[in-house]
Design a protein around this ligand. Structure first.
Ligand code: SAH
Length: 256
């Protein structure tokens, strides 16, 4: 597939960025590598002259950036998202190396939109944000000083994306080798499945919303590993609906 098209399908999502200067640096990092789709989830200050200054020739990306108030919205029509994190999380996806995971990202981009998700400068990504992603990447660094500046972290990943997109080899791992029978499910479709599962599990008493424990993040991790296709989501939801019908647990509002 045309490398430029592949790169245009990779969205960079910044969660709660504090410094407008970093947003500008991210726009510049993206544009130098041929990416252009920037999403900002609840930026502290944006637009801002400092962002424009740091973006230099990439202000067009800032003007076209989409601002929204939840990661769920930013990922809605994507089918695969990578959480960028300097540390392994208890319940998040297993952390991989940039080159290996970007290979999978590019393979998924052959089918539709994908995303790389970066955290706040001070706090990083929250656990809640990480569990919305299907893979995680840590950039190998000096173990005694492992946190990169946000713009620098985006630069490293965008570079890997460009190298993978322009390499003569098809991206390793996964999807290109065995084309999917049906398109990848979008995050919005998968969120619909999670809502449906949660409703049924609550009705049957398997899940207690007052004592949620780790059940929901564990299910997210399980399905995130698999890479669900649209047909598969529909099959699973069909099974859930038939169970609801048989047990009398169906409620119209559950079907998002
Ligand atoms: N102090 C924060 C780091 C914030 S740096 C923490 O400990 O989590 C801002 C963002 O840049 C991070 O949320 C992450 O998305 C990215 N980042 C920085 N260093 C990274 C690394 N070594 N590997 C992967 N992502 C990194």
């Amino acid at each position: 597939m045309n490398p430029e098209v592949l790169l245009s399908r990779i969205r960079v999502v910044l969660c709660r960025p504090s410094h407008p200067g970093n947003i500008g640096a991210v726009a510049r990092a993206m544009k130098t590598m041929g990416l252009s789709d920037l999403y900002l989830v609840s930026p502290r200050q944006f637009p801002d002259p400092e962002a424009d200054t740091r973006a230099t020739g990439a202000v067009d990306l800032l003007h076209r950036a989409t601002v929204c108030d939840s990661l769920k919205t930013a990922l809605a029509e994507t089918s695969f998202a990578i959480a960028m994190s300097a540390r392994q999380r208890d319940l998040g996806p297993t952390i991989g190396q940039p080159r290996e995971v970007v290979g999978r990202l590019l393979a998924e981009a052959a089918d539709g939109k994908v995303a790389m998700v970066f955290g706040n400068e001070t706090m990083g990504l929250s656990n809640e944000e990480v569990i919305h992603c299907q893979a995680a990447v840590c950039i190998p660094t000096n173990p005694k000083f492992s946190s990169l500046n946000l713009g620098a972290a985006v630069q490293v990943l965008c570079y890997e994306c460009r190298m993978a997109a322009y390499s003569a080899q098809p991206p390793v791992g996964g999807h290109l080798a065995t084309p999917a029978a049906s398109p990848r499910a979008t995050q919005e479709e998968i969120e619909g499945l999670y809502g449906h599962l949660q409703a049924l599990m609550t009705d049957t008493g398997f899940f207690n919303p007052k004592q949620p424990g780790r059940l929901l993040p564990k299910l997210r991790r399980l399905f995130g590993r698999v890479g669900l296709e649209r047909d598969e989501v529909n099959i699973l939801r069909g099974i859930l609906s038939s169970t609801q019908a048989r047990t009398g647990h169906g409620r119209k509002g559950d079907l998002s």
